[in-house]
Design a protein around this ligand. Structure first.
Ligand SMILES: NC(=O)c1ccc[n+]([C@@H]2O[C@H](COP(=O)([O-])OP(=O)(O)OC[C@H]3O[C@@H](n4cnc5c(N)ncnc54)[C@H](O)[C@@H]3O)[C@@H](O)[C@H]2O)c1
Length: 345
């Protein structure tokens, strides 16, 4: 029988719990233990009959630990991740890599120095639809990519804002939602050269933004607009269209449109638009739908990939530098939002 990778989860809040469920579904991984100090964590330990440790050092004394998932608050990512990398334990680290660039670099250096893999938890890249889109773009079927349009319009209810951190800096849709879109658009279209952003808090009037528009210029010359708001009633966001998280009722719409000189693609509701005859706005444009089924196994796919990384069968799909890159773009967006100036990455 093939060996299952024994994984412990550090931090069993909202995201840690999702990882517990994903490991239990995975054929390649086994839930070794959890590390947390809350009453809820104790309940989880009883429910799933798994050992619980109060800190990383006591976990490190345990037996048969192969890897860990760090899902603690961002400001603790550096401390926790490096403590495991130093002991040559591979880490799946929740996004963002850290809350600041200096600390993100320390994490990357530690992974290199200890020759121990680090996978960053931008799980959307493990969605089969996204892999398919990447293959289509690479194949040249769309021609040269000219522009992209990403919508993240959704409406967050009153209850959501009872947590006060969600109404101040770092708690808005740029930090919570857009970071995923930034990682994904870079994965699909390559490196970014310039960003420019505008934000407003006009509707909710909290200290943090409720709406933002971001313009991107890629090294390839392609352009992109990301348009995000948590105060618009609409069906067009990756969250509401991908079907990855059962918490959101899924709409049969798309959130991404990528356009090239030979065709364009919209997804997650995967549709490809093209001409059969001469390319002209006067000719009929054709539509091909590729996949109908949503991929609701993204987090399990991520665990399976992480297990392959631990066994050295695969390289991390999202490495430390990808995490750092997203963080740099995010920092530039925040800076540009203050004065509207175009910022070079
Ligand atoms: N990939 C995604 O879509 C996604 C979604 C939500 C959150 N996240 C990320 O996951 C991480 C956790 O976010 P969350 O929403 O689950 O937060 P959370 O507050 O719900 O959970 C954090 C947990 O960490 C525990 N913790 C704090 N200090 C600890 C310590 N020293 N040792 C052990 N445990 C400790 C807390 O008790 C809590 O249970 C963050 O980095 C966040 O950005 C990712």
């Amino acid at each position: 029988m093939k060996k299952k990778i024994n994984i412990s989860i550090i931090g069993t809040g909202l995201m840690g719990l999702q990882h517990i469920k994903a490991i239990l579904k995975s054929k390649k991984a086994n839930l070794h233990s959890i590390v947390d100090i809350t009453d809820n964590a104790k309940k989880l330990s009883n429910k799933y009959r798994i050992p619980i440790y109060s800190n990383a050092s006591s976990l490190l004394k345990s037996k048969q630990l192969d890897a860990v998932i760090v899902a603690t608050p961002n400001k603790l990512h550096e401390k926790h991740t490096i403590s495991f990398l130093k002991k040559k334990i591979p880490v799946l680290l929740e996004k963002p890599i850290s809350d600041n660039i200096k600390s993100a670099k320390k994490i990357i250096i530690s992974s290199k120095k200890n020759k121990t893999p680090l996978l960053i938890g931008y799980h959307r890249r493990h969605n089969e639809i996204i892999s398919k889109v990447k293959t289509i773009i690479r194949s040249g079927k769309l021609g040269n990519i000219v522009s992209a349009n990403v919508l993240c319009w959704l409406f967050k209810h009153k209850e959501y804002f009872k947590e006060s951190w969600r109404t101040s800096r770092g708690g808005g849709p740029l930090s919570i939602n857009l970071v995923h879109d930034i990682d994904m658009i870079c994965y699909l279209l390559g490196s970014i050269t310039y960003v420019q952003a505008f934000t407003t808090n006009k509707t909710r009037k909290y200290k943090v933004e409720d709406t933002a528009t971001v313009n991107l210029i890629f090294d390839s010359g392609a352009l992109c607009t990301l348009n995000i708001s948590d105060t618009i009633v609409a069906p067009w966001s990756y969250e509401l269209t991908a079907g990855e998280n059962p918490a959101y009722p899924v709409t049969n719409q798309s959130a991404y449109m990528i356009g090239g000189t030979k065709g364009s693609i919209q997804f997650p509701n995967l549709k490809y638009w093209f001409y059969k005859k001469e390319r002209s706005w006067w000719n009929k444009i054709f539509l091909k739908s590729d996949i109908k089924k949503k991929d609701d196994n993204t987090l399990v796919n991520q665990i399976d990939h992480f297990s392959d990384v631990v066994l050295k069968k695969a390289k991390p799909k999202v490495n430390g530098n990808d995490g750092l890159n997203s963080l740099k773009i995010f920092a530039a967006i925040t800076k540009s939002a203050k004065n509207g100036k175009k910022i070079k990455i």
